[in-house]
Design a binder for this molecule. Structure first.
Ligand SMILES: Cc1cc2nc3c(=O)[nH]c(=O)nc-3n(C[C@H](O)[C@H](O)[C@H](O)COP(=O)(O)OP(=O)(O)OC[C@H]3O[C@@H](n4cnc5c(N)ncnc54)[C@H](O)[C@@H]3O)c2cc1C
Length: 478
């Protein structure tokens, strides 16, 4: 086989992914180096064409980690402008019937002190801040392979450019670059492909529950100013979900924009269920459609959400590096918030790496101890029974029990439930399940998949290699 000649660059630390966790790790590490008058070279590679390009926009952020990382973020102009001023939690009984859930019984959904933001804008702002600290950020460069030496990770190789769908070189072919480092941090987000490889190679998930996922859809809408209530956060459960504990959110952000979305857990049984169509149908619920009717959809995106919680969190350190943020599953599922926990996991990574570099240690074993004694672990500990309750007991009993756990016991029940069945094992064969028919999109509030993908800001070359590979072609035909 032809040996590829690659350019090689060396850093102290390489971070894969410029999301909240990767950027926070880089910033914290550089801050510590400056405080201690030492030099640390850091590089972040980001597969999106620019930082924020692959981040789904609308978000309610708990600013706890940002307050610790950059305490004067307000003065420095961070894009957190809209403080939440009203929470509303609703159970949707049907397309027209809604029951409000009084907020005193659902403190988990209280968002006072949090901000409605564009997460893409926050990442762009953090990236500028990182660059001002002389951190190198290479956007448009996916890390595609890990470099190992004596069973230790010593860096990554970025993807080769100019390869066609058959794997052949095209005229503009450019080999990927080798980035070598003392420590490599994988901050790829939910189910990152290098993260998956590392978890398997070093058995980081030994003794843990399998990871659990949801699929989340988001749209950004321009609302008619009279219908916009800046600072209002709405969460719903119920209609039109079919046998799943799907939920939605509707955040009224700045500039008359609303960030709306819908999450379907992937442990559903009926293969005829279409999470995309459920989301489109949900927008027709009368308490939602009243805002959208005269508005305009400006963007669309979909993304996996990691929700197994503490019981599924793999060991986060491995020889030569760390897994952080959603790549390790640090999201708090009952709060549907993973930004502040991902950021904090990155900051703890920075402290661990700094301490190892200072004492010329080659391992990062301290990470686990630092993580488990941090507020992220305490927060995730209180949230730990939410996913197993919903997974085991479903949309009615499960919601009731999870509610009792969170709202009465505040996550302090004296036991920890497990969810050892992977999501895919819940799916039944299509010919044994009833068909579901969804209403046709009306082109005003609801849309077909092609027009949605058109608004998703994704561009692919016609003949690029396919990165989704069906492992067993017979399964979809059952
Ligand atoms: C539908 C939905 C709604 C959500 N709502 C909220 C909310 O309201 N509030 C909240 O706090 N959290 C919310 N979250 C969760 C939150 O978005 C995540 O927890 C958070 O973004 C995790 O940060 P991260 O840095 O770990 O990963 P990500 O934000 O996923 O960032 C990973 C980055 O790595 C890049 N990358 C991946 N692989 C590679 C590679 N191989 N090479 C180079 N770059 C790579 C990606 O392009 C991306 O920029 C939501 C999630 C979803 C799916």
């Amino acid at each position: 086989m032809e040996e590829i000649q690659r350019e090689s660059m060396e850093y102290d630390v390489i971070i894969v992914g410029a999301g909240p966790s990767g950027l926070s790790a880089a910033i914290k590490l550089k801050q510590m180096a400056v405080e201690n008058q030492s030099e640390i070279s850091i590089c972040i590679v980001e597969k999106g064409s620019e930082v924020g390009a692959h981040i789904l926009s609308g978000n309610v952020i708990d600013p706890k980690a940002l307050n610790e990382l950059i305490p004067d973020w307000k003065e420095k102009g961070a894009p957190l402008k809209t403080e939440v001023n009203k929470d509303s939690v609703r159970y949707l009984l049907s397309e027209s019937l809604t029951i409000p859930a009084p907020l005193m019984i659902v403190p988990t959904f209280k968002n006072h002190g949090n901000y409605i933001i564009s997460l893409g804008n926050l990442c762009r702002w953090l990236a500028e801040y990182a660059e001002s600290l002389e951190i190198d950020i290479f956007a448009g460069f996916p890390a595609s392979e890990i470099i190992y030496e004596n069973d230790r990770v010593i860096g990554v190789i970025t993807g080769d450019m100019g390869i066609d769908s058959e794997g052949e070189k095209k005229p503009g072919y450019e080999p990927g670059v080798e980035l070598r480092a003392k420590f490599t941090v994988l901050a790829e987000g939910c189910r990152g492909h290098l993260g998956k490889e590392i978890i398997n190679k070093y058995n980081l998930d030994e003794g843990k529950d399998p990871q659990h996922y949801g699929i989340g859809f988001k749209e950004v809408w321009d609302l008619k100013p009279e219908l916009h209530e800046e600072g209002l956060v709405i969460h719903t459960l119920g209609w039109p979900s079919k046998g799943t504990v799907s939920g939605s959110y509707f955040y009224h952000g700045e500039n008359n924009q609303a960030y709306i979305g819908y999450v379907v857990p992937l442990d559903y049984e009926n293969p005829h269920l279409s999470p995309y169509d459920e989301f489109q149908q949900w927008k027709h619920q009368s308490s939602i459609s009243k805002y959208l009717k005269e508005g305009k959809r400006v963007s669309y995106g979909a993304r996996a959400l990691i929700k197994g919680g503490l019981q599924s969190r793999p060991k986060m350190n491995f020889p030569g590096g760390l897994l952080i943020g959603d790549n390790a599953g640090t999201l708090n599922f009952p709060r549907i918030k993973g930004t502040h926990t991902a950021m904090k996991s990155g900051m703890i990574a920075a402290e661990t790496i700094f301490s190892s570099i200072q004492s010329s240690k080659t391992d990062l074993e301290e990470y686990e101890e630092k993580f488990t004694s941090s507020w992220v672990n305490s927060e995730l500990y209180k949230a730990r029974n939410w996913n197993p309750f919903l997974h085991k007991f479903g949309p009615y009993l499960g919601v009731l029990l999870a509610g009792i756990d969170q709202f009465i016991f505040r996550g302090k029940l004296p036991f920890t439930l497990r969810a050892p069945e992977p999501d895919h094992a819940c799916l039944k064969e299509a010919n044994k399940m009833s068909k579901i028919s969804y209403p046709k999109p009306d082109g005003i509030i609801s849309f077909d998949k092609l027009s949605s993908v058109f608004l998703s800001n994704t561009n692919h070359a016609e003949d690029q290699p396919c990165h989704l590979i069906l492992k067993d072609e017979s399964i979809p035909y059952h």
